[in-house]
Unconditional design. Structure first.
Length: 199
């Protein structure tokens, strides 16, 4: 089974991808992330060869596109790309404020993975990231309507009731205990004194 995760930043997408990897999936993590470190991955990733029966999980951000994409509109590209997958997961977060704080902290510290203590965030940076996330949410919503797939939310996956979590596990074929443990909220990145912060 092939799985496509199209996400917004700070939604637990990397941890979700790792849950599939724990079940033996090959993976491509943000293959079109426009950074120097990802350039070779961008050029070598054979995305057109993926089929529904491929054993792979691809995790990407909604705004990331391959260099040879025929469109600059993410929701149009992912409408076509999604057809190559057996499962498509659109991932966002309900709490825009917490999401903006988390993203601003990552931008400020250049620490995108792993646990961290939040820093003081300049108001202008927080405002900029909030506006950016608003535009990303609109793009993800457009994709959701186009491919008739509901957006799922970080808070439900990681902090929902066991019944809600079990439905996700069933729908996505997450069966192993190792994979489920990875989705335990105790592994969240953002740390506070009482350890109750979100990503």
């Amino acid at each position: 089974m092939s799985v496509l995760i199209v996400a917004l930043p700070r939604t637990g997408s990397t941890v979700l991808m790792r849950a599939f990897i724990a079940q033996g999936y090959d993976y491509a993590s943000e293959p079109w992330n426009p950074t120097v470190s990802n350039l070779r991955k961008n050029l070598n990733f054979k995305w057109k060869d993926i089929k529904p029966e491929s054993n792979i999980v691809v995790k990407t951000m909604i705004r990331h596109l391959p260099h040879n994409s025929e469109t600059s509109l993410p929701h149009l590209f992912y409408t076509e790309f999604a057809q190559q997958f057996d499962k498509v997961i659109l991932l966002d977060r309900y709490d825009l404020s917490e999401q903006s704080i988390s993203l601003s902290n990552a931008v400020l510290t250049d620490q995108w993975l792993g646990k961290y203590l939040p820093k003081h965030i300049p108001d202008e940076l927080l405002k900029h990231q909030t506006l950016f996330l608003d535009s990303e949410k609109a793009e993800l919503s457009a994709l959701s309507h186009t491919i008739n797939t509901n957006v799922v939310y970080y808070e439900d996956i990681y902090f929902g009731t066991q019944e809600v979590k079990d439905k996700f596990y069933h729908d996505w074929g997450i069966k192993s205990d190792e994979a489920k443990k990875l989705l335990d909220p105790k592994h969240k990145y953002r740390q506070t004194q009482n350890n109750t912060g979100l990503l």
